[in-house]
Design a protein around this ligand. Structure first.
Ligand code: NAD
Length: 414
């Protein structure tokens, strides 16, 4: 169910943009079909000596702008439809931040919490054994996603090495720093989001904004920490157990240690408990959905009081909701721009691997800032010119860039 929502939402945003651009039907057809779908069975010997066969996927959606790139997720509910939708979104995300990659995504149907470390390692190596012909630094470059880690990337790189007979660091990103990973990759998504947010705050002339964040994991917690360190006031946060709110601002350091001790942000001193739904609707200037998809929809968009929404999660705001919010004067910065910091630093990792270079934290952050600000400005220009929501503006910009590449490659002529 969730999967088809993801695909329908991505395609509905694409179709709206295609209509404005009066895109030729044959171009629409090409851009909405994956170039390659790979479905493999991965037999694994379990610790108890039994044999279990897992299903793995990789969708290489579009490689017209460069080798395809996107994460691999391990989840018991992942399926081809979801992977396809995410690969489609990766195509546009990579185009928006203008890195020389196409879009891909991968997945294995499994519950990583039920696997031992040794089983997880065998499964990750098995994925590469099944996929190695199709991936590589000039073909398709995987990375971590939901429930996949730098350690898993290291095993995958090591397995690939066996087939090639030499190290190929640039075949995968999100690796541990000691094994060719880039500095700054761990906070890249959230940091990229803060750069984009600061541009939006300037445009909207919002000083001293109050901020609410849904989700307190990798993306949400890091964003909260970075923004709080910069002096912004975080008034509410939530996790899967519920949320907390204090209009005067939350003491983030104390909140993080509360979360580490109790496993949740709930019941934090000096704050009111609020529901996850309520968090989306509270009085604040900036709302950062950083947990799940499909959170702000046609049915609750009217209740949002924030002036800016930074879509740090994948697909938290539907394309219909983006349009409604725009009509209310709320700027929703789309996921393909807001959370593109992660893949941008992955690109930096690939560049460093291919050149044998190693950049400092400061170099990575400065380059990331340049990329994110440039992407925001380009999308904002379309937003102003066309007087449309930022999601649609980003999609229009990405399609224009893609069509230009198709023309240059001789695939399509107007
Ligand atoms: P995560 O698993 O580390 O964190 C998810 C957080 O959301 C957890 O704190 C969880 O408790 C919370 N949560 C779950 N259900 C909730 C609910 N109903 N209400 C409020 N909070 C809830 O995951 P993450 O890596 O932070 O990813 C979050 C989102 O950001 C996902 O959509 C992911 O695809 C997207 N994203 C993450 C990255 C990254 O680099 N981490 C990059 C791009 C996109």
């Amino acid at each position: 169910m969730e999967q088809s929502i993801a695909w329908n939402n991505a395609v509905s945003q694409f179709n709206k943009a295609a209509k404005i651009l009066k895109l030729n039907e044959s171009v629409i057809e090409l851009l909405t079909q994956p170039k390659r779908i790979i479905h493999v069975s991965i037999p694994i010997k379990m610790d108890d000596k039994s044999l279990k066969t897992f299903q793995g996927f990789r969708v290489q959606f579009n490689d017209m702008r460069g080798p395809t790139k996107g994460g691999i997720r391990y989840h018991h509910e992942v399926d081809m439809e979801e992977v396809k939708a995410l690969a489609f979104l990766m195509t546009w995300k990579n185009t928006i931040v203008d890195i020389p990659f196409g879009g891909a995504k991968g997945g294995i149907i499994c519950n990583p919490k039920e696997l031992s470390e040794a089983e997880l390692e065998r499964l990750s190596r098995g994925y590469i054994q099944a996929m190695y012909q199709f991936i590589g630094p000039e073909k398709d470059i995987p990375a971590p996603d939901v429930y996949t880690t730098p350690q898993i990337m290291a095993w995958m790189m090591d397995e690939y090495h066996k087939f090639q007979g030499h190290n190929v660091f640039g075949m995968i990103t999100g690796k541990p720093i000691e094994l060719g990973g880039s500095k700054g990759r761990d906070i890249a998504t959230a940091l990229g989001g803060t750069f984009v947010l600061e541009e939006a705050l300037q445009k909207m002339k919002l000083q001293k904004p109050t901020i609410a964040i849904q989700g307190f994991g990798n993306a949400g917690r890091t964003a909260a920490k970075l923004l709080s360190d910069k002096g912004y006031k975080i008034v509410a946060v939530s996790d899967s157990h519920g949320g907390v709110y204090n209009e005067k601002g939350l003491d983030l350091k104390a909140l993080m240690s509360h979360k580490d001790k109790t496993g949740s942000v709930k019941d934090f001193k000096d704050a009111k408990n609020i529901s996850n739904e309520k968090l989306l609707e509270i009085e604040c200037d900036v709302l950062i959905p950083a947990a799940l998809g499909n959170q702000i929809r046609k049915d609750n968009a009217q209740k949002i009081k924030a002036k800016i929404i930074l879509e740090l999660a994948n697909g938290p705001v539907t394309s219909e909701a983006r349009e409604l919010l725009f009509k209310k004067g709320i700027m929703s910065i789309p996921d393909i721009l807001a959370n593109a910091g992660g893949v941008t630093v992955s690109y930096f990792e690939w560049v460093q691997n291919n050149t044998g270079d190693s950049w400092t934290h400061e170099e990575v952050y400065a380059r990331l800032k340049d990329k994110m600000v440039e992407a925001f400005d380009s999308v904002y220009e379309v937003y102003e010119e066309e007087n449309i929501d930022m999601g649609l503006a980003a999609q229009i910009l990405a399609i224009k860039r893609m069509v230009r590449v198709m023309e240059l490659r001789g695939i399509y002529k107007k």
